[in-house]
Ligand binder design. Structure first.
Ligand SMILES: *[C@@H]1O[C@H](CO)[C@@H](O)[C@H](O)[C@H]1NC(C)=O
Ligand SMILES: *[C@@H]1O[C@H](CO)[C@@H](O)[C@H](O)[C@H]1NC(C)=O
Length: 329
């Protein structure tokens, strides 16, 4: 029997050895193409027998929408995505085609949670503005007193792997942790955390809100003026998830009105563009989406995606199928 064919769409940069080892159980091919059309043409001419795709977002194949998924070979069973976020692939359309999709949760927990912690500290202590102040030789001129995060209440929206990793990082600061999910975390977290069944209740109680939810049709712009209105006066917002989950105009308004004392943002709705009103705001900290921009995160993600391919070949199932597909028939 011939080995199943796996196409690598995009580039594996770090786990090269592990990708090579995959050859013992699969025929691994890295198609060379320079456009979405080129990719689809190559697949339909040369790889109609493909069993699985290993896909890196940002490859020249572009987004995997309904039309791209519709042109993939009938026998294709798996698409393993290199990334925790997978808003560039239509997982429902894939499901309808009989394609199971995996992502790489877990591998990004540390990198993203550390980024959220940094943003939280920077927002409360105004460290970005302080650094600017020092670099410009002003040494505390026009630098009002900031705030301590110690003893404040953090509201974690989405207590998954990243939310938990952030919770563990803020506990030593003596912060109180409340969180909102559709359901309480089970098994219960191994740290003190109070579940709020309503987001509004969390927003009313939290001094700092940190967002850890995926971007999809339900969450797009879901954090808007109604949510900012419910937050405490002078609170802080942290976003390391996806820019698109927040209504950016509402955010800018909340910053301008003083509803928010500060914010820490690693993600933006139209990356790589960042709205000028955010770029010019000295009271907030902005980063160019560095959450998983570490060697450890990137290598870990590539390992997870390769392990999903292995599991698909050896056991006929994915280790990290996306939640939208799990349990669906
Ligand atoms: C299909 O494979 C052949 C042989 O490797 C190659 O020359 C051709 O360019 C491929 N087709 C496409 C559309 O890439
Ligand atoms: C996928 O890549 C595009 C283009 O590089 C980028 O805008 C988008 O945020 C990426 N999505 C994810 C989930 O990484």
């Amino acid at each position: 029997m011939s080995k199943p064919k796996v196409l690598v769409v995009g580039t594996i940069l770090w786990a090269k050895k592990e990708l090579q080892q995959l050859s013992s159980i699969a025929t691994v091919i890295s198609p060379d193409f320079s456009s979405r059309e080129g990719f689809l043409k190559d697949v339909s001419q040369n790889h109609t027998d493909a069993f699985a795709l290993l896909v890196t977002n940002g490859s020249k194949a572009g987004a995997f929408d309904r039309s791209v998924l519709g042109s993939l070979p009938k026998g294709l069973k798996y698409i393993c995505c290199n990334g925790a976020g997978y808003d560039w692939i239509d997982v429902n359309a894939a499901f309808e085609r009989g394609i199971s999709v995996s992502h790489t949760p877990g591998a990004v927990d540390h990198g993203t949670a550390t980024t959220a912690l940094y943003l939280l500290l920077a927002a409360y202590r105004q460290f970005s503005y302080a650094e600017k102040n020092a670099r410009e030789g002003r040494f505390l001129q026009d630098f009002p007193l900031a705030h301590d995060p110690e003893g404040k209440t953090i509201g974690i929206v989405g207590m998954g792997g990243i939310g938990k990793a952030l919770a563990r990082r803020v506990l030593p600061l003596g912060m109180k942790i409340i969180y909102h999910n559709r359901k309480p975390v089970s098994p219960e977290p191994d740290f003190p955390a109070e579940y709020k069944s309503s987001l509004d209740e969390l927003l009313a109680e939290a001094d700092v809100v940190s967002i850890h939810i995926p971007l999809n049709e339900y969450t797009k712009n879901s954090f808007g003026s109604a949510q900012f209105d419910k937050m405490k006066q002078g609170s802080v917002l942290i976003n390391t998830a996806r820019g698109g989950v927040i209504d950016q105009e509402a955010l800018i308004k909340a910053l301008e009105s003083g509803k928010l004392y500060s914010a820490g943002l690693d993600v933006f709705p139209n990356e790589p563009e960042i709205d000028e009103r955010l770029r010019k705001n000295d009271k907030i900290t902005i980063l160019p989406h560095v959450g998983t921009h570490t060697l450890e995160s990137r290598y870990g993600m590539e390992m997870v995606v390769i392990n999903n391919i292995r599991s698909a070949i050896n056991d006929g199932q994915l280790l990290n199928q996306v939640p939208e597909q799990k349990g669906r028939k």
